[in-house]
Design a protein around this ligand. Structure first.
Ligand code: SF4
Length: 735
């Protein structure tokens, strides 16, 4: 007899955190659609969200550990895989490093247990996907607010003028700003009489919806924002919090060289257009400026992130409804724990990488330094967890070659992909629908305070391990313990114990809360769920383990469509951890970068075409290219060019071109488009699935070309070490 049931869960694929309604028939996912009752997404879904079943049943998805034997990956038992790790990785720990991919933050298992592997390995050489594109924003937040997790997000549901730079949420569904259904939210903004303004070199899908589109030159955001700051004051729009006025005016004084007139040539729009945007924001009771990837993957990424906050603060739009605000995660966060707002001063430059002296900030090396550290012999052993840096990191041909030089490499991943093909051992993690889910990371970035827990939809594969157990067993064996369930539970108990002790010692804890009370109240089995229960119960809305009124994991389980805790509320000064007790808007490390920015006013352009990155709706980094329904149809891995540029080079729509930068060259088809500015070309990232040894058949059949062959690892934002991924000088010729 056919058994069909319908369950709901949160989509784990991107930051939008949409609710899904999943139909399961006889143990197979047979349909996915949006969950109309989800408190946050209200039925919204994108094409990727419907494919979790395809991903789960993909025959290329790894279900057993793989060991490389004479150059070929062969299936082995868990015991054999962990024995290899014990015999080979453990002795190499002294020169080991780790790379954590973007999916780590989309998984509660990996989010809580990846660090146990690093701790057991004893490595301080950690790279992550955060250093590819978002570290500048985190560093700016650390300097200004005292914590890198304190990132302002646009209060998109209440703003009436939204100015967006370098973001394309209509296709990428938001980044460092968690909100399902950006199109619907921007429609609502316009329906209530608001104005939507976009700055982007390309008339992206998002820019097409804008009331005003500034087709700026790539890498000009920091100049534009600096000029906006001075123009806000000069044009009488400044209304900062009085407590911050002197500090902000000191910043504006230092920005004197930047005016609408002085930056117009470099930004590529008229002074009048810049003044018009400033006036629209200044006339609004609730303006908001939001910048994303296009602002952070430039040589001025950290400075641009800082200047976004300066502009918002000058407009009186920081930490106010309708402006740029701060989430209050229901499961708690470093900035919800009631710390003293007076913290120690943050500063940059305390550590740097061995080879080229790139900054090591927030405990991580910039990924732009990974290849050179391997080449120099400083890293001889590498662990990768849910990452594919060979496709997603700059100068990727060089990294690809460097990985071959490692003595030992261990990966945790679902596929034999362009990166894991180098691994000696690959430990498989289960599919998305085989894991429980809670968005620990994105609750810090949410435009509304919501909480939504999803239990696993399907059981583990035969002989499969939960992702947390894969990682915990690895940590156990690296720490000299046993690679079995007992070893995993020992590692889990350490994580649980730390979080339970912190809860019992919290300044918010009610009288009578002890570790014993915590242990007695928490009744979930060892693993991420019982740790989450502690976090929820000691969070801003928690029940304090039965001593107060509030939520627990059980109350979230009882509400499968989630619980809405309402719109964001002002949080300054409570969330700060700064020496002054106020935002450090004039932090010396940020002010010190102003002369470098001023020097850019005189930069001469090379006359070459400038390459920018492109997002597409059916793609998410390199993750989804083995799902046929997402990659079938027309080739989306093209180089988009303005007709004037294409025609000048003798290129037509569909003709093949070779694109060359200082880092490398790739070949791919041309797509002629009026939507792109003259002098600018765009290529999507995450493609290039034609390397030997991979085992992703659909991706291989739709290989595309890897744009990161073209991105140089040596051109970086000096404050963060983040590589320049946009505005790359390239030449193009027909082939
Ligand atoms: S927008 Fe993101 S979270 Fe929503 S369905 Fe698509 S991939 Fe999933």
């Amino acid at each position: 007899m056919t058994v069909t049931e319908t369950v709901v869960r949160t989509c784990p694929l991107c930051e939008a955190t949409c609710g899904l309604e999943i139909q399961v028939t006889d143990g197979e996912v047979t349909r996915i659609r949006g969950d109309r009752d989800d408190v946050f997404s209200k039925g919204f879904i994108c094409p990727k969200g419907t494919t979790l079943g395809h991903f789960h049943s993909d025959p290329d998805r790894l279900r057993t550990p793989m060991l490389k034997v004479e150059g070929e990956h062969v299936p082995v038992s868990w015991e054999e895989a962990y024995a290899y790790i014990s015999d080979n990785l453990r002795p190499a720990a002294e020169h080991s490093a780790a790379y954590l991919g973007n999916p780590v933050v989309h998984s509660i298992d990996a989010g809580l247990f990846s660090r146990t592997v690093l701790t057991a390995l004893g490595t301080r050489t950690v790279f992550s996907a955060s250093t590819v594109d978002q570290r500048p924003r985190e560093i700016a937040s650390g300097l200004i607010y005292g914590m890198s997790v304190t990132i302002p997000v646009p209060d998109v549901d209440r703003t009436d003028v939204l100015f967006m730079l370098g973001a394309n949420p209509y296709v990428s569904n938001g980044s460092l700003a968690t909100a399902p259904d950006w199109p619907g939210r921007i429609d609502a903004l316009k329906a209530r009489g608001g104005t939507f303004i976009v700055a982007d070199p390309v008339e992206t899908r998002t820019a097409q919806e804008a009331d005003v589109h500034l087709a700026v030159r790539p890498v000009s955001d920091a100049l534009l924002l600096a000029a906006m700051a001075t123009e806000i004051v000069a044009r009488g729009h400044a209304r900062p919090d009085p407590a911050d006025e002197d500090t902000l005016m000191a910043v504006v004084d230092a920005l004197t060289p930047f005016t609408a007139e002085s930056v117009a040539e470099q930004v590529g729009v008229s002074a009048h257009d810049i003044e018009d945007v400033v006036d629209r924001l200044g006339a609004s009771p609730s303006p908001c400026v939001y910048g994303r990837l296009g602002t952070t993957v430039t040589p001025f990424g950290t400075t641009a992130s800082w200047l976004i906050d300066i502009v918002n603060a000058l407009l009186g739009a920081l930490d106010t409804p309708g402006g740029a605000m701060f989430s209050r995660p229901v499961s708690g966060s470093k900035n919800t724990r009631g710390q003293d707002p007076v913290g120690s001063a943050q500063s940059l430059g305390r550590r740097s990488t061995a080879v080229s002296g790139m900054p090591i900030e927030l405990g991580e090396h910039p990924v732009s330094a990974l290849a050179e550290e391997i080449e120099a012999g400083n890293v001889t052993a590498l662990v990768t967890i849910a990452g594919n840096p060979v496709l997603s990191c700059p100068d990727s041909d060089r990294l690809d070659e460097a990985l071959e030089k490692l003595d030992v490499m261990v990966s945790v991943d679902c596929y034999i992909n362009e990166t894991t093909r180098h691994a000696d051992v690959i430990l498989p993690s289960p599919s998305h629908v085989q894991k429980s889910h809670y968005d620990l990371a994105f609750a810090n970035l949410s435009v509304r305070n919501v909480a939504n827990y999803s239990p696993p939809v399907l059981p583990l594969d035969d002989d499969g391990l939960a992702e947390w157990e894969v990682l915990a067993r690895m940590a156990a064996v690296l720490g000299g313990g046993t690679a079995d369930r007992a070893g995993a539970e020992f590692v889990e108990s350490l994580v649980y114990g730390q979080i339970a002790d912190a809860a019992a010692a919290s300044p918010h804890a009610p009288e009578g809360l002890t570790r014993e009370v915590v242990d007695e109240a928490v009744n979930h089995a060892p693993g991420p769920d019982r740790i989450l229960d502690v976090m929820l119960r000691s969070g801003p809305h928690g029940d304090w383990f039965g001593l107060g009124d509030g939520i627990s994991l059980d109350s979230l389980i009882a509400e499968p469509h989630g619980i809405d805790f309402g719109p964001l509320e002002p949080r300054i000064p409570g969330l700060l951890s700064t020496p002054s007790g106020r935002p450090e808007f004039a932090h010396p490390d940020l002010m010190a970068d102003i002369p470098r920015l001023a020097a850019a006013l005189g930069d001469e352009r090379s006359g070459k075409l400038q390459l920018v990155n492109r997002r597409t709706l059916r793609s998410n980094n390199s993750w989804m290219h083995n799902v046929n329904v997402l990659v079938k149809g027309r080739n989306r891995c093209t180089v988009q060019m303005n007709p004037a540029d294409a025609g000048g080079l003798g290129l037509d729509d569909g003709s093949m071109a070779e694109v060359t930068s200082d880092a490398g060259a790739i070949r791919l088809p041309v797509e002629v488009s009026e939507a792109i500015r003259v002098g600018v070309v765009s290529i999507p990232h995450g493609w290039g699935h034609d390397r030997p040894g991979t085992k992703m058949r659909i991706a291989r059949d739709n290989a595309g070309a890897n744009v990161n062959v073209l991105t140089p690892s040596w051109s970086v934002d000096p404050l963060s070490g983040t590589s320049q991924l946009t505005g790359i000088d390239v030449t193009i010729r027909p082939v």
